[in-house]
Design a protein around this ligand. Structure first.
Ligand SMILES: Nc1ncnc2c1ncn2[C@@H]1O[C@H](COP(=O)(O)OP(=O)(O)O)[C@@H](O)[C@H]1O
Ligand SMILES: [Mg+2]
Length: 262
């Protein structure tokens, strides 16, 4: 069982504070979906959770050995084949060549990549295939915790569903927890124990919504009813009504001392 604690995380880019004392506790084995309007700092928090970015302030406690991470942009090595991209994290460890090959093919198979696709460079793959290579690269390390930053956005609905099911079955089989960033409420309701909602200006987590039942065991009707109802929840007002330009405009108004006009 694996969990993650992010405590009072703050971070600025070029003097602009993007995250302001954000705290989020993911209990062992818990899958938490994080939603919030575009530009509110979700990817920045994911990068901090994954150890890619060091926060200006705050504390991170990881109750696991290995996590798998999928970034919003696939971030594949452009000069390496799909196979080598998937295998890359394993080449940094102590596995034999045979073990690396075996685990690479198992991960590729899990995301429905065909052997022919594995020889291709990222530029020769469709957006959906690149996303699947990135997901396979996260799974190949046999992670105990997942950090997924909108990984399925480029996939068509059938494949997206298949990838969601894959995450659910792995989470169930291995009991791992995860932080799953998405802007799709239906996806959040399908995949998580709890949906955490981030403030639109990165000033903390506003609260959480808990869909009925457990991920993987919810019926489509339950998910549909929950998302329909959640659309009227005050916590989700900004997610559904505010876009990045409005936030920027808001910030500009604040900076210039104007009253909000929008
Ligand atoms: N490397 C960076 N340098 C400067 N600003 C950044 C960088 N990464 C993100 N930002 C800014 O931080 C804010 C939050 O971005 P991000 O975390 O990507 O939001 P989200 O994932 O919620 O859309 C945005 O205003 C974005 O422009
Ligand atoms: Mg993002």
């Amino acid at each position: 069982m694996s969990g993650l604690t992010l405590a009072t995380i703050s971070h600025s880019f070029s003097a602009r504070r993007v995250l302001d004392t954000v705290s989020l506790v993911i209990r062992p084995g818990e899958l938490v979906a994080l939603v919030g309007p575009s530009g509110c700092g979700k990817s920045t928090l994911a990068a901090i959770a994954g150890g890619i970015l060091k926060p200006d302030q705050g504390r991170i406690l990881r109750q696991y050995q290995r996590h798998g991470m999928v970034f919003q942009q696939s971030r594949l090595l452009p000069w390496a084949s799909a196979r080598d991209n998937i295998a890359y994290p394993l080449t940094l460890g102590k596995l034999s060549r045979a073990q690396i090959t075996e685990r690479t093919h198992a991960a590729a198979q899990a995301v429905a990549l065909l052997p022919d696709d594995l020889d291709k460079l990222p530029a020769q793959l469709s957006g959906g295939m690149r996303a699947r290579v990135a997901i396979a690269r996260a799974l190949v390390v046999e992670p105990e915790f997942l950090i997924f930053d909108e990984p399925f956005a480029a996939l068509d609905p059938a494949l997206r569903r298949r990838m969601q099911d894959l995450v659910l079955s792995l989470a169930k089989a291995r009991g791992f927890g995860g932080l799953f960033i998405t802007h799709d409420l239906h996806e959040a309701a399908r995949l998580s124990h709890r949906i955490a909602v981030m403030d639109r200006q990165g000033k903390g987590i506003l609260g959480s919504l808990t869909p009925p039942g457990t991920p993987g065991a919810r019926s489509e009707a339950q998910i549909f009813d929950f998302t329909q109802e959640a659309r009227n929840h005050p916590l989700l007002h900004d997610l559904l009504n505010v876009d990045e330009r409005a936030v920027t405009l808001d910030c500009a108004c604040d900076t210039l001392g104007f009253q909000r006009c929008c």
